[in-house]
Design a binder for this molecule. Structure first.
Ligand code: ATP
Ligand code: MG
Length: 391
């Protein structure tokens, strides 16, 4: 029944001069998300975007794809009426109402928009005529112009359009309107959610994954690729930088106190990610850290990790409980993949009793044991990284 969608967007009030940028980014992301689902004409018009199918398409799939486009507040499925003779519009709108509102015991109001100024009726006339047609055809329906249960909008342009209900979009800002950030993406539950959340604010993301073959398997890496694919349905295509971290981990293991291993490893992850981020024109790093979740995420540990970074580090989950993070991961579809049991590169070298209150001075002192080879190892790790294009 539906052949088009009217897309209403979020946070438009914030946009002044930059509004066109926001709208163009939204239009482009809509086109991207629909590219394999049929042929659609996507046009910008007065505070909304109109998506009209010009080929066969699957309604459910199309709605699901639109519901992954950040910046969309609501999606109105629209019935397109090709023949704009008034009697035909009346009948088509009546059929629409009949199909959508099974129970006719409702209050309604007709809104009209006349895009085609040649059309022989004005907007108020369209409202009145359509209202009386509907009352005649469905005597149980009642008009309520202030607080109607059904707000039936009829637009007349070269074709006519009718819609009355809104499906919820994801909100946020269109990707590409806020610069780029580097996500530290592991195979866990948290970091994919962190990436989703930062991208929801319009940030383009790339990702870095540290793996440690043979201590971590190909399967563990594949899991991260899979997670990147799932979130790319929201974030658009992204580059995933896979860094071989084995030699650095072994070197730290050999030279530093074992209870400080995790912190020192995390400091090197951040350093490396920051170097790749700078090279890729990113404006910040993103992690899935949350205060107190594990030993490496106490306030003390976060301070020690943060101390190596010059770029801002965004931690969208910082105050989230694990259960809340799990709920988002279920909603966005990463949870099932995240809980697959493939080992993480940190867990293998993890000490029985990691420090929970690292002292920066002591950590820095112990890192001096690495001075002989670490710079070279870091350079090599960055230079030999594998870059995977996620589409
Ligand atoms: P996650 O569920 O995201 O793996 P976690 O609860 O396991 O998080 P940590 O292992 O302490 O927590 O990692 C904290 C953050 O550091 C992660 O959210 C992620 O951003 C980053 N991180 C951890 N391990 C890796 C890795 N192997 N590659 C890239 N980033 C990582
Ligand atoms: Mg992890």
């Amino acid at each position: 029944m539906y052949k088009a969608f009217l897309v209403k967007y979020a946070e438009i009030g914030l946009k002044g001069k930059n509004r066109y940028m926001f709208e163009n980014a939204l239009r482009d992301q809509i086109k991207f998300n629909l590219q394999n689902l049929g042929e659609f004409e996507v046009s910008k018009e007065q505070g909304r975007i109109f998506v009209e199918a010009v080929s066969e398409f699957d309604y459910e799939e199309t709605v699901a794809a639109l519901q992954k486009v950040f910046g969309i507040w609501g999606i109105c499925p629209v019935v397109v009426i090709d023949n704009t003779e008034w009697e035909n519009i009346e009948e088509a709108v009546g059929d629409y109402v009949d199909g959508y509102y099974k129970d006719k015991n409702i209050t309604f109001k007709v809104d009209a928009k006349r895009g085609n100024k040649q059309y022989p009726m004005t907007s108020p006339e369209i409202c009145v005529e359509m209202g009386s047609y509907l009352l005649k055809r469905f005597p149980e329906m009642k008009v309520d112009v202030h607080n109607p249960e059904a707000r039936i909008t009829v637009e007349v342009r070269n074709k006519a359009y009718v819609y009355s209900h809104v499906l919820k979009g994801p909100g946020g800002m269109p990707i590409g309107t806020a610069g780029k950030a580097m996500l530290l993406l592991s195979g866990g539950i948290d970091s994919p959610v962190a990436g989703y959340m930062i991208a929801k604010r319009g940030v383009t993301i790339e990702a870095t994954y540290f793996h440690a073959p043979p201590y971590t398997s190909e399967r563990a890496k594949q899991k991260v690729v899979d997670l990147a694919k799932i979130i790319s349905a929201y974030t658009g295509p992204m580059k995933l930088h896979v860094v071989n971290f084995t030699d650095i981990q072994l070197y730290i293991y050999e030279k530093c106190p074992h209870e400080e291993l995790t912190i020192i490893m995390r400091r090197y992850m951040m350093k490396i990610a920051e170097k790749i981020a700078a090279d890729r024109n990113c404006l910040g790093l993103v992690t899935g850290e949350s205060i107190g979740q594990v030993a490496s995420q106490t306030m003390h540990s976060l301070a020690a990790t943060n101390a190596v970074c010059n770029m801002p580090v965004y931690r969208p989950l910082i105050a989230f409980d694990k259960q809340d993070i799990i709920e988002v991961s279920e909603k966005i579809g990463t949870y099932e993949t995240s809980i697959q049991p493939y080992e993480d590169c940190c867990t293998i070298f993890v000490a029985k009793h990691p420090v929970t209150r690292p002292v920066l001075k002591i950590i820095e002192k112990n890192e001096e044991n690495l001075s002989e080879q670490i710079d070279e190892l870091v350079r090599t790790a960055i230079a030999t990284r594998e870059v995977i294009s996620i589409k």
